[in-house]
Structures are given as C-alpha cells and as structure tokens.
Design a protein around this ligand. Structure first.
Ligand SMILES: N[C@@H](Cc1ccc(O)cc1)C(=O)O
Length: 638
C-alpha cells in the first residue's frame, strides 16, 4: 500500500500540497504562455479595469455564486472515502487530476488535429496503451487502434456500429458486383458468384480483404466509380429498412449479450435501429457468468433460422456483480461456428474489468503464469477467470473505462479495436483509402471522421495519458492498485461469512454467489422470515442508513453502499437459490425482485488499519451489526 501514498489525493487530502504545487505551477505556466504569444500586443483588458465598480460588482457576484456552489458541493458523494463502498467510483489519482486541470486551460478539441495539434497524438497513444493491456498487437499486419470516449456507453455503441458496418459491408459489395456484372475477384473466385450468405458471414479481416481485392480488380478493369457503386448498396446509404428488404437472405440481424449486460446494449439496439427484439439475452450461470450452453443454443437457433449474428458481447466484469464472462469460451464457440459458415464479431465489454488485466501482465508485456498470480491471493484467480483474461486478445474490439478502475475523473471511456482498419467501414468522407495506403496512421489525426463523437475534450486524454505514463499498466503499476482491491474483496468475503455465522440467530446473510473480482453482494433477511416482501422491506430500512440518499448532512453517514435487485427474468436459477439460502419461500410469478446490498471494494485504503487495528471493512461490519440490531428491535414482521 505504501506505493500508493504519492499516487492518490488521499482520503484526508493528505497530498494536498503536492496537488496544489502542481496545479499552481500549471496555472502560472499557462498564463505566461498566453503572455508570451505576441507579448508586444496591448493587453485588451486594461490594468485599471479591476478598480471600476462594474468590475468589482461582477467579482462580488461571482464570488457569492462560487461560495454557494462550494457549499452545495459539500453535499456531494464522498467517493474518495473508504467509507464509500457503493458504486464504481473512488479516490482520484493525482496524475489524472493535475494533467486534466493543466490541459483544461488550453482547451484542446480532439475532434481533429487542427484543434489539438499538441495533444491529439496522446489520444492515439492512450489507445495503444490500452490495446496493449488487453493483449492486442501493435506491430505486424494487424495493428490495434483506440481512442477515448465520454464513457463505456458510447464505446459500446461504437463497438456495435463498427462491427455492424464491417459485417454488412461485404453484402453491399456483392450486390454492387452483381449489378455491375464485372469480373471482380477475391481469392480466385468471382465476387458476383459468392452467395449472399457467405458474404454475410465474413470476419473483419475477410471483409477488409474482399474490400481491398475488389478495389484492385476494379482498378484493373478500369472501373472508376467502384467505391460509389458499393456505397450506393450499403445500409448506411439505403437505410436499414431498405437494405433488409433487399436482402431477405440475412434473416434477422441479431446481437447477443449476457442477461447481466449493461443497459446501454438495449439503448444501442434502439439507437442503431436494430430493435431490442433482436437483442438475445444469453442466460448466466450460478456464478453470474455467461452460460456457454445458452450461447450455443442461441447460435444454433440463429443458424437454423438463417439469421445473421452480428456480434456477441462477453462482459469482463459486469456492472452489477463484477462477474467475468468466459471470453475464451466465446472465442472457442466462434471457431466452431465458423466450421458451419456462421460468423460473429466479438466485442468485449471491459468497461469495469479492462484494467484488471494490468495485474495479469508482466513488465515485459507477457501474461503472467496462473500459478504466480494464484500465489498472491487467497481465492483469485480461478482457472476460468484466468482463461477469460488470457483470451481478451482474441476479441475484435473492446470498451474500457479509465474513469472506473483507472481512478481518473469523468468523463473517460475508451473504444479499442484489434484491427485498426475496421474504422474504414465507418469513415465519414468519400475519399477512400485502400490497402497499402491504409497503413498510414496520420488518418487518425482527423479523429472525428472515425468515431461517434465530434468535439471532445483533450483534457481527459491528458489525464489518462499521464496516469499511464507514471503508473504502468502491468502488475508493478496499476496491478498493485487492482490487486489491493481484490485483496479487499477477499477479506470482505471472509468477514461477511464470519459475520453471517455469528448473527445467524438474528439475521440471515446470504451471498448468493462468490465475487469474481472486487464487487461483493449480499442480501439480509430477519431469521425465521419466509416472506420476500418483509426481507426487502428490511433491506430498505437498512438502506436508510447505508444508501446515498438520506436526510441530514452527508457527514453523518458512517458508510455508503449501493443496492440492486436479483431480477428473476435475468438471473432465474440464481434467484431461486438465493431465496433458499435466505430461508425465503420460492419466488412466485409477479413477485418483486430480491434486494441485495452491493459493495464496490475499489477504494485503496479499505484495508488500512485504524488505531485499534481494525480496518474499514471490519468497521463496516460492526456498523452493519449495530444497525441490524437497531432495526430488528423496531421492525414489524408482516
Ligand atoms: N471468484 C474468483 C475468486 C474470488 C473469490 C472471492 C473474492 O472475494 C474475490 C475473488 C475467481 O473465480 O477467480
């Protein structure tokens, strides 16, 4: 933990002086920079302006509003504190904060290099740093690319949009070739003879390859307007309705996510016009991980129905439970599906768990052996979890959120593609770049052409960039913070079980599933109660003391946790098991869902001992005991 001392602002603002020095320095430096741009010019604001009544009135108004804002902010959530174990937010890393503030003053806009010549390169570097952490290659014929977004939601949208564009492009290309009736070739075959179903089942690399081959053929045949002919057939031109009307052979365009996936996937389906009815929910198992049998069933069904599966989304660290989906299993399923001509893209939703991979990385970039990692923890990582992390490099693209486990300020998400050329399918201009030329990375300096957002902050990029520079993305850097969070979770898990045993005659504490990473959930039920409504009412009573929204000043709160529901529709068998563990009657149709307390154990100071030797997790369970006993004394059953 000592390593962290100069890294974070500190729960007590211990590093205040360091932060202030760095910020002051940046602030002064910025003002001098202004002055040194044409120092010969007359300053437009006269020196004497500050003595005028209008000036002073404005300053007075500004100050009083700022005081009010400052007062209001005191009611903000104290994310930094080890007493905050609610959502995915915590203390901030100093490099992220100071680099952000310093860059904010220059206000670079990363829509394009014209508005950010000094920093746009750093965005591409952040993309590469994250790509490397996930195991994507930065050299050789297939090179990764990444950029920052405002958060995981936009990165997920982009994951869907890019893979959808890549998957549907060959269909448009085939149609253009048939219409033109020219002898365009790919791998020795005439493109117009390739079946639409084959074209609809191409990997990203095949799609890029056929695109380049067709272009080459067209050039050889002297067809000048080939790119326009293809464009005219694309869904991006025709609209999805017309495109699908012309291609009934595609069937339904499906996307598969685990039932535990973030709700942004539903939003993405609406936004893209694909419709939520084409979002297939893969069942999750008793560990809250994607169930591979269920995935296979859905893939078989889609295959038999002659539907097109655009992509499958394994989640590396679910939002609610931190569960790690079997990424390796999804990759293996794709290998099997390919044998029958069924293709799908894989977008990894690693918004939460992406940075966990730093723990798995040695300083030389290789994956650390399982045994070496296991030796550092009590339970983590099982073979399943290790294999999932091992397989991230085989996915097509990923979402990863620096504003979560990189402890930097919002907004900081990222989209990363294993093959940078995938963006050519969504490039927002007519000038086509084909094979050979596409290796030129300067294209990304016009970032806005390739991504969902337009104007976007360079300051968040500086924040991530500097943070990654001073705390490397391997087990010696970020891995230490992440490892500490897993230790906190393992400790929490043990203490919770001991607490449960001690309190069994008063209250049943059930942890319906083992944590995978650093999020732990449990439900509580007064011993002897069988009624779900009563258990939930009891949980809600506890949340009055533990939830973020309460009466009175925030300073009165001892601990802040979050909560969620075990929705039967999503977590069927697991819900039944949880009811059993809690001594509740089995859930009946139409019942409300079971309330669970959710604890995100990412704060770096959770295991720090207080004067009496107890740490914040011990203190939390002491507090929980106190409020449970207090509530039980006043609680009315039924
Ligand atoms: N479930 C984790 C191990 C683990 C167990 C308990 C924890 O608190 C944290 C992690 C795995 O399979 O790797």
């Amino acid at each position: 933990m000592k390593d962290f001392y100069p890294w974070f602002l500190g729960a007590y603002g211990e590093n205040h002086q360091l932060v202030e020095d760095l910020v002051n320095e940046a602030m002064r430096d910025h003002m001098y920079w202004r002055r040194n741009f044409h120092p010969e010019s007359q300053p437009p604001i006269p020196t004497a302006a500050q003595f005028t009544p209008e000036y002073q009135e404005f300053v007075a108004l500004l100050k009083s509003e700022m005081y009010r804002l400052s007062a209001d902010l005191k009611a903000a959530i104290p994310f930094f504190s080890p007493r905050y174990i609610g959502h995915m937010a915590s203390d901030l890393l100093i490099p992220g904060v100071v680099a952000r503030i310093a860059t904010l003053l220059y206000n670079p806009n990363h829509v394009s290099e014209d508005a950010s010549p000094a920093t746009i390169e750093k965005e591409l570097e952040v993309g590469e740093q994250l790509a490397e952490m996930l195991g994507y290659s930065l050299s050789g014929p297939i090179k990764a690319f990444g950029h920052m977004t405002s958060g995981g939601t936009i990165a997920n949208y982009e994951g869907l949009k890019n893979l959808m564009a890549a998957r549907l492009f060959p269909v448009a290309l085939g149609e253009a070739a048939r219409e033109l009736d020219a002898d365009l070739k790919w791998e020795g075959q005439l493109i117009r003879d390739i079946s639409p179903r084959r074209l609809a089942n191409m990997s990203v690399e095949e799609a890029l390859d056929i695109r380049a081959a067709a272009h080459k053929s067209a050039q050889e045949l002297g067809i000048q307007n080939w790119a326009d002919l293809v464009d005219a057939q694309r869904y991006e031109t025709l609209g999805l309705t017309e495109f699908q009307r012309r291609h009934p052979e595609l069937g339904r365009l499906r996307v598969m996510v685990p039932a535990s996936a973030h709700y942004s996937w539903e939003k993405a389906m609406k936004l893209m016009g694909l419709g939520t009815s084409n979002l297939d929910m893969i069942a999750v198992d008793m560990d809250m991980r994607m169930e591979l049998e269920s995935l296979q069933q859905l893939l078989d069904y889609a295959h038999d129905a002659k539907d097109t599966v655009l992509l499958v989304v394994p989640v590396l660290g679910t939002t609610e439970f931190g569960a790690i989906d079997p990424v390796d299993g999804v990759v293996a399923a794709r290998q099997t599906c390919r044998l029958r001509g069924q293709e799908f893209g894989i977008h990894l939703d690693a918004a939460w768990g992406g940075y966990l991979r730093s723990l798995f990385k040695a300083e030389d970039g290789t994956l650390r052996p399982h045994a070496e990692l296991k030796a550092e923890f009590k339970y983590f990582p099982s073979a399943e979890v290790y294999n999932a992390f091992d397989a991230t490099s085989k996915t097509d693209s990923a979402t990863i959120d620096p504003h979560k486990l990189a402890f930097i300020p919002y907004p900081a998400g990222a989209y990363i593609a294993r093959n940078r050329d995938i963006v050519e399918f969504v490039r927002q201009d007519a000038a086509y770049v084909f094979d050979g030329e596409s290796a030129d990375d300067s294209r990304f300096r016009k970032l806005g052409q390739y991504i969902m957002e337009g104007s976007k902050p360079g300051s968040t990029v500086a924040s991530a960039y500097i943070t990654h520079r001073v705390i490397p993305l391997n087990h010696k850097g970020f891995g230490k913070i992440i490892g500490n969070s897993i230790h906190s979770c393992e400790y929490f898990w043990d203490v919770a079980q001991a607490w449960a045993a001690r309190m069994a005659d008063k209250v049943v504490l059930a942890m319906p599933f083992e944590p995978d990473t650093n999020i732990a959930c449990f439900a509580l039920n007064p011993t002897g109660n069988r009624d779900l409504k009563v258990a939930n009412a009891f949980g809600k009573e506890l949340l009055k003391k533990l939830g973020p929204v309460q009466d009175g000043p925030i300073q009165n709160r001892s601990f802040i946790v979050s909560s969620t529901r075990l929705v039967e529709e999503h977590y069927g068998p697991r819900t039944h098991e949880a009811h059993k563990l809690l001594g509740l009657d089995a859930p009946a149709p139409g019942d409300e869902s079971l309330l669970v307390l959710r604890h995100t154990l990412m704060n770096p100071w959770l295991l720090t001992p207080n004067e009496d030797g107890s740490n914040y997790i011990d203190l939390y369970f002491e507090f929980l005991e106190e409020i449970v006993l207090e509530k039980l004394a006043h609680f009315r059953f039924g």
